[in-house]
Write a protein that binds this ligand. Sequence first.
Ligand SMILES: Cc1cc2nc3c(=O)[nH]c(=O)nc-3n(C[C@H](O)[C@H](O)[C@H](O)COP(=O)(O)OP(=O)(O)OC[C@H]3O[C@@H](n4cnc5c(N)ncnc54)[C@H](O)[C@@H]3O)c2cc1C
Length: 417
Amino acid sequence: MQKTAHIIGAGISGLSAAVRLVNAGYDVHVHEATQQAGGRCRSYFDAATDLMIDNGNHLLLSGNRHALAYAASIGTEAGLVGPKRAQFPFVDLTTGQRWQLDLGDSRLPLWVFDEGRRVPDTGLFDYLALMPLIWASPAKLVGKAIPCEGTLYDRLVQPLLLAALNVDPPEGSAGLAGAVVRETLLAGGQACRPLIARDGLSAVLVEPAIKLLQGKGATIRFGHELREFGMSAGRVDALKFGDDTITVGPDDAVVLAVPPRPASSLLPGLKTPSKFRAIVNAHFRFDPPRDAPAILGVVGGLVEWLFAFPQRLSVTISNGDRLVDMPREELAQAIWRDVRTAAGVEGELPPWQIVRERRATFEATPEQNALRPGPVTNWKNLFLAGDWTDTGLPATIEGSVRSGDRAADLVLAGRLA
Ligand SMILES: Cc1cc2nc3c(=O)[nH]c(=O)nc-3n(C[C@H](O)[C@H](O)[C@H](O)COP(=O)(O)OP(=O)(O)OC[C@H]3O[C@@H](n4cnc5c(N)ncnc54)[C@H](O)[C@@H]3O)c2cc1C
């Protein structure tokens, strides 16, 4: 008899679990509270710019192997595009200096030995000083593991770790930072090619998954918010959605793939991260110069990364809590000033949109990292997924997919017995 799995939440974690289970022959039912799949990784039509935009610019690296395998499983790996070599152009807004970090295409970080490819004004010993990060404990602070000052820090380590951890790097978990460094910088240029969903997050990472699921007979119900679990004899036996209740049979499995706050209210007593950080994105309707790089690292200003899309320049600012209450127009003007300098363009503020995701990620500090639960719960047929579960990585698409795959694998391994 075909086994059934209910997936609660249609973010990337839930979708990756659902795809894995439907491919393994399960009868899959996805329940999503909102009217749209994708969660924190989604696209929508924005009237202010008259463009389809993403809630936030999402950068993947070619070393994100679970994320790439997920994209391949839904047929959209080719939709993640980037340069052939791991090259990262940067500009420093305070000095006007521009440089390119060239990590090459090797499986080893050979670029650190080549002065021409390193960050300007840095030496080999600056890179060796980062070694303690590689195997650091998650309980250690980045600021206690490596020097958080100097040229290499300002021009590479700070931008990289700020983007990965979404906290000011010295207060971040050295273990989480180390995992990122091991899987990217230390794995050489072949693991560091920047990849973006040029046609939009939903078109590349979300809608094809929904299509595949539906094509294989899965159901996806939107506006179907789980309000309560029914539990008995150590198992989930009912899913209560307000207007309707679904019985969960003895052989059925449930994957809970919702953010920490709903997870902890659905499962009282569950330990979850409780502090979050914002990410601010600004989108400007403006044709990028023809030679604009797809991604430009920006230091010495408000803007951190500048993305060039067709008809749109778009900006990411991590650890953005200081900006969430700033008047929108003032913020748009301030960001546009940086964009003009960084992109070398002129003009008054074009049509714009600011998207402030207040709880973009859990706080990747040692304290909050210690609150991340694993996938197994006290209920035999209930498994957890989500970027905030204990994946060993910060809150990223790669971590989300890993968590979804892991929950699905536990279901498949018959942990229900
Ligand atoms: C602005 C921004 C920029 C980012 N940039 C990057 C980046 O560059 N690179 C990168 O790798 N990652 C990035 N991330 C992180 C990445 O988006 C997340 O790690 C990932 O999307 C989390 O997926 P998830 O499925 O774990 O959670 P979510 O996306 O939060 O999905 C959970 C889903 O559960 C649903 N739900 C909640 N409660 C219920 C309920 N009771 N019943 C049913 N459904 C429910 C929600 O509506 C949601 O759809 C960024 C995030 C943001 C916000």
